[in-house]
Design a protein around this ligand. Structure first.
Ligand SMILES: [Zn+2]
Length: 214
């Protein structure tokens, strides 16, 4: 180990400063002492909230979509939700504010979604999430206050929208199917859809709306 090290080069931009801080383990420990460590929505990275937000905006920019209207829809495949421990997230940039739609599927039949904001601005916002039955158009909705993304994403029990998958008619006869270990199974025990490639063909669209200033 060298006794005298060269001074670190001076950072030039705010991004450089945050990058340097993010590599400083001591700084992380001090910041973590107040318990305000936030987990990245997309990877195992964790750090103080401000730096985690910076990390998400830089490392996961392909997960951020810009919208000019307060309503949008996000399509995910059932394959991307099944068998995952983490929530699947997509970020919408609307008026420079980042909204997060997080979805998860819990076997055998529970589709869940949450709408949150990444911003730490305190102004009250509300919004809605809706999914529709593919055949009848019957809507399943949640609406209410949009809170900041918590330091850790909520456990299964804390979904704003929770819908039995069998009510969405994603497949013909889907009311009589359950999804177990990545396969749709009939009540007779026959497998109808098996495995990742087939689940990747089944799409679920989440319609979201933001109500500002209510
Ligand atoms: Zn990450």
């Amino acid at each position: 180990m060298a006794l005298v090290s060269d001074p670190a080069p001076l950072p030039e931009t705010i991004d450089d400063v945050i990058e340097l801080i993010s590599q400083d383990g001591d700084y992380f420990e001090r910041m973590g002492a107040d318990g305000k460590i936030m987990q990245c929505l997309f990877c195992e990275w964790a750090g103080p909230r401000l730096i985690t937000e910076w990390h998400i905006q830089n490392e996961h920019i392909h997960k951020i979509e810009t919208c000019t209207k307060p309503d949008w829809n996000i399509t995910m495949t059932l394959g991307s939700l099944v068998g995952k421990r983490k929530w699947c997230c997509q970020i919408i940039d609307y008026h420079n504010e980042h909204y997060v739609l997080a979805a998860k599927f819990l076997e055998p039949d529970c589709l869940m979604a949450n709408l949150m904001t990444l911003s730490s601005d305190d102004s009250m916002k509300s919004g809605s999430i809706t999914v529709y039955n593919r055949v009848t158009g019957e809507p399943f909705s949640w609406s209410g206050n949009i809170n900041s993304v918590p330091d850790q994403l909520p456990s299964e029990n804390h979904a704003q929208l929770s819908v039995p998958l069998s009510k969405l008619n994603l497949l013909p006869n889907s009311a009589n199917l359950t999804l177990i270990n990545g396969a749709f199974i009939t009540k007779m025990g026959n497998k109808v859809v098996v495995g990742q490639p087939e689940l990747d063909d089944i799409q679920i669209t989440f319609f979201s709306k933001i109500f500002i200033g209510r």
